[in-house]
Design a protein around this ligand. Structure first.
Ligand code: SAH
Length: 401
């Protein structure tokens, strides 16, 4: 058994079941701990706090899997994976789709493991040295629990760098990966490129908000900023939007978006702009039009940018960028229309995001109501022990007449 002893006074976090042991809390490692090794964590005076996986290069030195004295059984990992997959399969909130996150890392008590299901394919990301080392067990467990015919591991270069391990990509089981896989979400179908698309191919975390947008959309002119492959725009078009306008900087994403809108809602008028959305909203806004009643205005505006604050130090800059986007979004929204906006960074939480929206409403000269808080759906559980797992904050707003 390899033991890792914490510094005095640094045992509180593990005692409260937080899964991360940070490098600064470690006093001593007893034994030859290689990357990914199973270790026991002890308090300064030798009290067992938990068992986890060792990451010698990372500032998260151990990811705890069990707490207290309990030693993980031989089949602990496979068991935990099977439990998470069974929870998804039995979740009534996921009944209208065949694409969902099966394992959400810390949120499922499996730090370092992400697995997304796209119909008959499971896409896996291993983001810790511990999970890398256990690739075969993980593949076997996911294959059995999901019954999917193909398993594919996507490389995650950022975490590989952080962990000091070689990043890896390839088939985990099955014969071959198709170029795209068709998934169903509510009444829409989407083509997902799991090998090259962003994240593991699709923004599964916006499923509930796409459904909400679809409920608002009938008869609306919709602007989908940062559209990716058109998830929001397609859901809105299918639900009876009058028109959808999509803006994204990725040509590949827009190619798929075009196919999605036409295949799911051939009747709907649509337009696409490959552009930097920050510039696009600024340049296409008409400053003389403060009532937003012109043709350049929309009834529903969706603002879903990429993470703008990956680190805590980026928060102020990110807040300014979000505010700027929202000022333009509010100005482009017809009186009584809706704005759905998102921040997908743990460092910009719901309270700060509300404050940013408030500042934008003042600067835009448009009073705004909050109708709902939005967030990730039930296949992205966040453990109360691990608040860092909360990363998606969103608001449904009404720009008042
Ligand atoms: N709403 C989408 C997900 C959006 S993800 C969905 O439901 O599927 C963020 C998107 O922003 C990505 O598609 C990325 O290509 C795009 N993006 C990143 N920077 C951008 C920029 N400066 N201007 C426009 N699009 C950008």
């Amino acid at each position: 058994m390899i033991d890792l002893v914490l510094k005095q006074g640094r045992d509180r976090s593990a005692k409260r079941r937080h899964p991360w042991v940070l490098s600064g809390a470690v006093a001593e490692v007893r034994g030859d701990a290689t990357p990914g090794a199973a270790v026991r964590v002890l308090s300064h005076n030798g009290e067992p706090l938990g068992h986890g996986h060792y990451s010698p290069e990372s500032s998260i030195r151990v990811r705890l899997l069990t707490f207290g004295k309990q030693v993980p059984a031989e089949d602990w990992l496979a068991d935990r994976i099977a439990r998470a997959v069974a929870e998804r399969q039995g979740d009534p909130l996921l009944a209208n789709t065949d694409a969902m996150r099966l394992v959400n890392s810390e949120g499922d008590g499996l730090p370092g493991l992400i697995a997304d299901r796209y119909d008959d394919i499971v896409v896996v990301k291993l983001t810790s040295a511990g999970m890398h080392l256990r690739r075969d067990v993980i593949a076997q467990a996911l294959r059995e629990a999901s019954g999917a015919s193909v398993g594919f591991e996507r490389a995650d270069p950022a975490s590989a760098r952080r962990e000091g391990i070689a990043s890896h990509e390839g088939l985990l089981w099955g014969d071959a990966l198709p170029a795209t896989v068709t998934i169903r979400e509510a009444t829409c179908h989407f083509e997902v490129d799991v090998a090259h698309g962003q994240k593991t191919g699709f923004y599964l975390d916006q499923r509930d908000s796409r459904a909400l947008a679809a409920r608002l959309a009938p008869g609306c002119d919709v602007l989908d900023l940062f559209s990716y492959t058109g998830g929001f725009a397609t859901a809105c078009a299918r639900a009876g939007a009058s028109s959808v306008m999509l803006v994204d900087s990725s040509a590949d994403a827009l190619e798929l978006a075009k196919a999605h809108v036409s295949a799911n809602a051939s009747h709907c008028r649509f337009d696409f702009q490959r552009a930097d959305a920050f510039n696009w909203v600024r340049e296409t806004s008409d400053p003389s039009d403060s009532s937003a009643s012109s043709d350049s205005a929309f009834d529903l505006v969706i603002v879903d940018p990429p993470p703008l604050a990956r680190r805590k130090g980026d928060v102020n800059k990110a807040a300014r960028a979000y505010k700027d986007l929202l000022i333009h979004a509010f100005r482009r929204t017809r009186p009584g229309g809706w704005v759905m906006c998102f921040a997908c960074s743990h460092h910009v939480g719901p309270d700060l995001f509300r404050k940013i929206a408030f500042g934008a409403s003042i600067d835009a000269g448009r009073p705004v109501q909050v109708l709902r808080e939005l967030g990730a759906p039930s296949d992205h559980p966040v453990s109360l022990d691990h608040p860092e797992g909360h990363y998606l904050s969103g608001l449904l707003l009404r720009v008042m007449a």
